[in-house]
Design a protein around this ligand. Structure first.
Ligand code: ADP
Ligand code: MG
Length: 303
């Protein structure tokens, strides 16, 4: 089931949250919607799911205009809203029953709830009140709610924000498994999330799409552009010696014995740094390649 966004603009008063946004997501794709806070991610997702109309432009899910409020759309889309508003006084099972009753999916509701509780690992918590669950389990309930009617399209808004590292891994695995037979769009401001789950990334900044690439292309762009290495020697080298390392563009001292070395080009600069150290009777105490962060991705893709 595909998603087609055509020239969507959204104004909040005089503020333009989305500015003529267009993209398509094909059936079965898992797409990361990446951007800093305030970029327009949640706004776009509310429009795709039919919760809010665009000011101008159109969104079609499986060919159906989502602004028309068609019940077909709600049946086909599972939506995990940002901050996942749940009902704290409801019990997990009761809430999922309620969510299922909104859709009349045609399958035995009880069986479906059992299946989803199993998939999302909620068995141990199913008899508890939502308000008493940890954030990770509340997020599972949110995902269970989004999956309960077995939709073909999943729209997940910041599904892992605020979770601890173990919970993040678990929720990512859940999304990856659920995404095997579905079309998935997930928003995040974390590049690593895209790396872990997605096939493709759409980057939005200030309401405008600034990049739309297969994940592998994004990485080749980043890795072939710049390498930043943080290296600690047992003593400070002469600056003139450092500049002689083949491939090094620039370097600066971060603090005693710790240097930041930058290099361009495709070839990994780290072996050259090691040979430099050996040749100059220095010892490398640690060496770290700085991971590309979101800011860097933006800088590279937008310049
Ligand atoms: P993101 O999810 O990428 O953080 P949002 O879609 O939530 O971005 O917000 C995009 C912009 O629109 C932000 O500047 C935000 O302040 C503004 N905005 C979002 N919702 C509303 C609203 N209901 N009323 C007014 N402005 C809003
Ligand atoms: Mg948001």
């Amino acid at each position: 089931m595909s998603i087609v966004v055509q020239g969507v603009t959204k104004l909040y008063g005089s503020q333009k949250a989305l500015d003529n946004v267009s993209f398509e997501i094909k059936t079965g794709e898992i797409v990361g919607f990446l951007g800093p806070n305030g970029a327009g991610k949640s706004t776009m997702m509310k429009i795709i799911t039919g919760f809010m109309p665009p000011t101008t432009g159109k969104v079609y899910v499986n060919g159906i205009d989502t602004s028309a409020g068609s019940p077909e759309i709600k049946k086909n889309i599972g939506y995990l809203p940002e901050n996942n508003p749940l009902y704290p006084e409801m019990y997990v099972r009761e809430y999922l029953q309620f969510a299922a009753s909104l859709y009349k999916s045609g399958i035995s509701v009880r069986e479906q709830i059992d299946r989803i509780i199993n998939i999302t690992g909620l068995e141990p918590e199913q008899k508890k009140k939502i308000g008493s669950l940890s954030k990770g389990y509340r997020q599972r309930v949110g995902l269970a709610q989004a999956l309960i009617h077995d939709p073909d399209v999943l729209i997940l808004d910041e599904a892992t924000t605020g979770l601890d590292p173990n919970q993040i891994v678990e929720i990512r695995n859940l999304i990856r498994d659920a995404g095997r037979e579905k079309t998935v769009m997930l928003s995040t401001h974390i590049m690593q999330e895209v790396e872990a789950i997605c096939d493709r990334v759409i980057i939005i900044d200030k309401g405008v799409i600034v990049a739309d690439e297969a994940k592998s292309d994004i990485y080749s762009k980043i890795s072939s552009s710049r390498q930043t290495i943080l290296v600690e020697f047992d003593r400070d080298p002469e600056e003139a010696m450092l500049s002689a390392i083949p491939g090094v563009d620039s370097f600066r001292k971060a603090k005693d014995r710790i240097w930041i070395i930058e290099a361009g080009g495709e070839e990994d600069i780290r072996p050259a740094i090691f040979s430099f150290a050996v040749n100059n009777k220095l010892t490398v105490l640690s060496l770290q390649k700085q991971e590309s962060n979101l800011e860097e991705v933006f800088r590279i893709l937008t310049t």
